[in-house]
Design a protein around this ligand. Structure first.
Ligand code: GYE
Length: 320
């Protein structure tokens, strides 16, 4: 047997062997995942979904919680590079400032997948795929509900206060822009005040208290970039002796169980869905990337809008 033939046969045999090795005996895929934090009900559901999908797929998940700080995410990504994980995934707390660390990942030939939030980078090849919602559209949907509500009460004008998400984050920037796009030029809808509540209940409550102090009964609508801030603000409205959902309409985004409970109590008027259950798609995309298969650059999520009238019917179907 010539050397070449033997080598070829050897190669064929090892290929056959590899094919015969059951999936669970092959080296498991290792994913380093840097999560934003634990700021909201949405985030808790998102983390659970990712951990659960990884466990079910036999993926070795290295999970790091950044406590809402970009510097912690940069550190986590650098440590994933040092550990030579197969794929890095992260949900970027803010949009900007990622070029350097993502170039380091690219130089180390470790593919990066973004989940949930987008980044602004000079070179789009710094990540392979972005899986997440269309936040601008969510903002538009929230505003469209309000436009429709106003049309049913044509004699009325509405003064709005806005609770923004984390400063510089994709969902805060986009939900603000989408909402503004729809109400701009509408003489019946006016934003009185707009400030960040950092996507948390505590901050939502605190900032709503300040809004109520300065604007008092001028406020007709609260638009919150997430349900948690809305729920915090609902408390502030009640403590000020007003009725949330009636004296002040409450419009928010996410569609978590807490929002459905508030709708059932008549305290929240509408929530625009933002699906946090991204785990299965993330793991599947990472597996494809690792196998050298092409993946879409942008993967979006299908979502609905839930006004209070449908809350009772929908509540039993909610998974988060
Ligand atoms: O809406 C909010 C969370 O990035 C879509 O982050 C996510 C947002 C979500 O804290 O509740």
């Amino acid at each position: 047997m010539t050397l070449t033939r033997r080598t070829l046969l050897g190669a064929a045999a090892s290929l056959l062997l590899a094919a015969a090795i059951p999936a669970h005996a092959q080296k498991p895929l290792t994913i380093g995942f840097s999560q934003v934090g634990a700021e909201s009900e949405w985030r808790t559901a998102n983390t659970a979904s990712i951990k659960d999908a990884a466990r079910k797929a036999g993926v070795n998940l290295k999970f790091a919680d950044a406590q809402q700080r970009q510097e912690n995410q940069v550190k986590a990504i650098r440590s994933f590079i040092a550990q030579r994980v197969d794929v890095i995934a992260f949900s970027p707390v803010v949009e900007s400032g990622w070029d350097t660390v993502l170039r380091e990942a690219k130089a180390a030939r470790i593919p990066v997948i973004l989940t949930d939030r987008a980044v602004k980078v000079s070179d789009p090849s710094l990540y392979v795929s972005f899986i997440g919602s269309d936040f601008v559209e969510e903002g538009r949907r929230a505003a469209r509900w309000l436009v429709e509500h106003q049309k049913k009460n044509p004699a009325r004008s509405y003064n709005i206060v806005e609770l923004q998400g984390t400063v510089g984050s994709a969902p805060a920037l986009d939900r603000k822009a989408g909402f503004a796009e729809v109400i701009n030029g509408n003489p019946k809808l006016k934003i009185l005040r707009s400030q960040t509540g950092d996507f948390t209940r505590a901050k939502g409550k605190e900032v709503m208290e300040a809004f109520l102090k300065s604007e008092g009964k001028n406020i007709n609508v609260l638009y919150a970039h997430n349900d948690d801030m809305a729920i915090g603000a609902i408390q502030a409205i009640e403590e000020a002796g007003l009725k949330p959902g009636k004296d002040i309409l409450v419009v928010s985004i996410d569609g978590v169980k807490g929002a459905f409970e508030a709708m059932l109590q008549g305290k929240l008027n509408v929530t625009v869905e933002c699906n946090p259950l991204l785990g299965p798609q993330l793991i599947q995309t990472a597996q494809l990337v690792k196998a050298g298969k092409p993946v879409p650059k942008r993967i979006t999520v299908n979502e609905g809008v839930f006004p209070a009238e449908v809350a009772a019917k929908e509540f039993p179907n909610r998974q988060y």
